[in-house]
Design a protein around this ligand. Structure first.
Ligand SMILES: Cc1cc2nc3c(=O)[nH]c(=O)nc-3n(C[C@H](O)[C@H](O)[C@H](O)COP(=O)(O)O)c2cc1C
Length: 325
């Protein structure tokens, strides 16, 4: 299946694994890329730019296929040295960057002059248009269903994707709620050139996280997630657990006086790692999408991607084409 996204990134299938903090290591990125998708290493999971350089080198040892690096610009407790992370990406021979969060405009000249293709992940049409205007090559349009930060507009992909198709010139992929061949065909129908998945790739054999995390996704359904940090305008969709309930309680109690310091212990990196690495499932609020309702197994990445492509082709051929007659 050739689309503008497979052509842009030189990949076999129009399927991207979105950046995931403490998940997007070389193991997962290389597995996705070897399976014909686009795997993505998450830059800020690496404590320093030197660590990112080593992780990129490790990924090149595991795949000869294209992979990307995610650079997330979110409000954080300490501002990371983004320029040095970008140097590590360029020197590591990576030619694809997924940016996310705040506007990456300030970093576009260094990325573009190094010949890097930039796909910016955003949650609204206006931000997608801004990404197009500042020279991004593609966008990942992230609906309200998504894991992580869905923005503050709460527009689901049924509206967001066709709106993006109407407004954008550059290619885009559908992100948030994507799990299978049905998702891919729907995304293509709406005008996207592929899909981006987070939660679905978290529940794969190669995702370097504790098995309790994968099992929680399999056990969860479409109502298993909730939103936290809305009063801070930094909304995050997370799995319902004790930490998420504690945050909700603090948010209600503090009302308009809420500060990030009130809940930091329940969202910060160290607590998140206890969930993802040690399987201590109530230690922190951890990102998870509504798509948990569509995830019932823990396949390896090749099996998952093959299954999506086979199901998508069958749907087009057996369901859609006959309907056109
Ligand atoms: C555990 C986890 C961590 C994530 N961390 C990041 C991150 O650091 N940066 C980022 O841009 N997106 C992050 N995301 C969002 C994903 O890249 C992707 O946009 C999102 O999962 C898509 O929604 P889906 O889960 O419904 O597929 C994360 C998602 C998950 C599940």
């Amino acid at each position: 299946m050739k689309t503008r996204i497979t052509e842009l990134f030189g990949i076999r299938h129009p399927i991207i694994q979105g950046g995931m903090n403490f998940v997007g290591y070389a193991e997962l990125a290389s597995a996705v890329s070897n399976a014909g998708g686009l795997g993505i290493i998450t830059a800020l999971t690496q404590p320093t730019p030197e660590d990112l350089a080593r992780e990129i080198a490790r990924c090149w040892e595991m795949t000869d296929q294209p992979f990307g690096v995610n650079l997330t610009f979110l409000p954080s407790f300490q501002v990371p040295p983004y320029a040095e992370y970008i140097d590590a990406i360029i020197e590591g021979g990576v030619s694809i960057v997924e940016t996310a969060g705040r506007n990456p405009e300030q970093y576009m000249p260094s990325l573009k002059s190094a010949g890097i293709s930039v796909i910016h992940k955003c949650t609204s049409v206006r931000h997608a248009l801004k990404a197009e205007a500042i020279g991004c090559d593609a966008v990942s349009v992230d609906g309200f269903e998504c894991a992580g930060h869905p923005g503050e507009d709460d527009v689901t992909n049924f509206i967001l994707l066709p709106r993006a198709a109407d407004m954008l010139t550059i290619p885009f992929v559908a992100s948030g709620g994507m799990a299978d061949g049905r998702s891919l065909v729907a995304a293509l129908t709406f005008g996207a050139d592929g899909i981006n998945m987070g939660t679905r790739f978290l529940a794969t054999r190669e995702a370097p996280v504790h098995r309790n995390v994968k099992q929680a996704i399999v056990d969860g359904n479409e109502c298993a997630t909730t939103l936290v940090m809305r009063p801070l305008r930094n909304t995050e969709r997370v799995m319902r657990n004790k930490a998420a309930a504690a945050i909700t309680e603090i948010e209600a109690r503090r009302g308009g006086d809420l500060e990030i310091g009130d809940i930091r212990h329940l969202v910060k990196g160290a607590a998140n790692r206890r969930v993802l690495e040690e399987g201590d499932m109530d230690a922190a609020a951890w990102s998870c999408g509504m798509v948990a309702g569509l995830i019932h197994d823990i396949p390896d990445c090749a099996e998952l991607i093959d299954r999506i492509m086979t199901q998508a082709s069958a749907l087009i051929r057996e369901r859609l084409v006959p309907l056109a007659d």
